[in-house]
Design a protein around this ligand. Sequence first.
Ligand SMILES: *Cc1c(COP(=O)(O)O)cnc(C)c1O
Length: 377
Amino acid sequence: MPDLESSPAASPPRAWAEINLAHLRHNLEVVNSHQPGDVMAVLKAGAYGHGMEEIAGALEALPRDIAPIFFGVASAIEARRLAHAGMQTRIYLLGATCPFERREIVAYRWTPCISSMDEAADFNRIAQQMIPSDKLKVHLTVDTGMGRGGFLPNDLLQLQDKLEKLAYLDIEGIGSHLPCADEDEAFTRAQFEQFDTLIEELGAEKFRYIHLANSAGILGYQSRHTNLQRPGLMLYGISPLATNQNELKPVLSLKSKVSLVRTLPAGQGISYGRETVLAHDTQVATIGIGYGDGYPRSMPPKLASVLVNGKRCPLLGRVTMDQIMVDVSSLPDCSSGDEVELFGENILVSEIAQLAHTIPWAVLTAITPRVTRVYNP
Ligand SMILES: *Cc1c(COP(=O)(O)O)cnc(C)c1O
């Protein structure tokens, strides 16, 4: 089979994502400007659609004083991908582990967060079998309101001695997670206080790493004890809050090209369902991207727009799998091959998410493999 991609006749992609690695570094510096201590870069879900191995490689290549000390992933498969890519940064599993993942975690010395006595005892037993002359470094996780994992604070106070006696575990850290740091300030303040108080009761000196904040927590709150931050969204240049966006630089721009430009007459229907019918003669551009690339199908015609040659042009009709249509009447010179930004530095993914009734995390992670990722230093 000939290598079609490197053949001289290979076409460039119709839909691609430009990923600006200088902006990634800038955003990491913003994390450091808000909070002291170390950083766990959250790389789950393909680094929020940016490409896990590439983002990890770029972060690992940063100078030591700024490079993250942990990479946060969701599963053993994601951890393995980073390990196979040759990453040296410690890997942390952000959620409760499934029993069938634990042997691999121990074998590779990845760092799990532990939610229950059962999980702790199982890791202790596996570590005794697999690495008897060593200890597995683990973090405890506390449920201070998320309801997704972790010891309840009172249970942890009761179980502390028992956990510390597990001979093959080194309880190196403790963390918790914020369910509404971008939505409920009073609850989140109380949660920080509850976490800090618990740390004081357990003994802050017992833990090398203490962590609570995601992006919204980093931007909006302070703890008395945390020394490790877990940014996801803000690392990719998007603020989860109504504030702070001006400090950050979006890393990813989703782009495509105009494939066709035509003037269509009044009365012409546009796209499936013919919900949009042209009121007057309109210059319509067809663009080579659709929901099969991750541009949300729920984008509302007329309200949503894309950037063609630097100018916002309204979406016409429903988003189809591979193509969308936009009104380029304001761009008389628009022609096939012109560049289009769907979102990125000029149209924030937050705006897209709002129009599509979803969240920026979901829009970014929905960019499909068909979209070529292009990395710029
Ligand atoms: C995903 C995740 C984060 C990152 O959240 P952002 O809001 O994207 O910053 C941090 N901590 C945990 C436990 C997570 O699951």
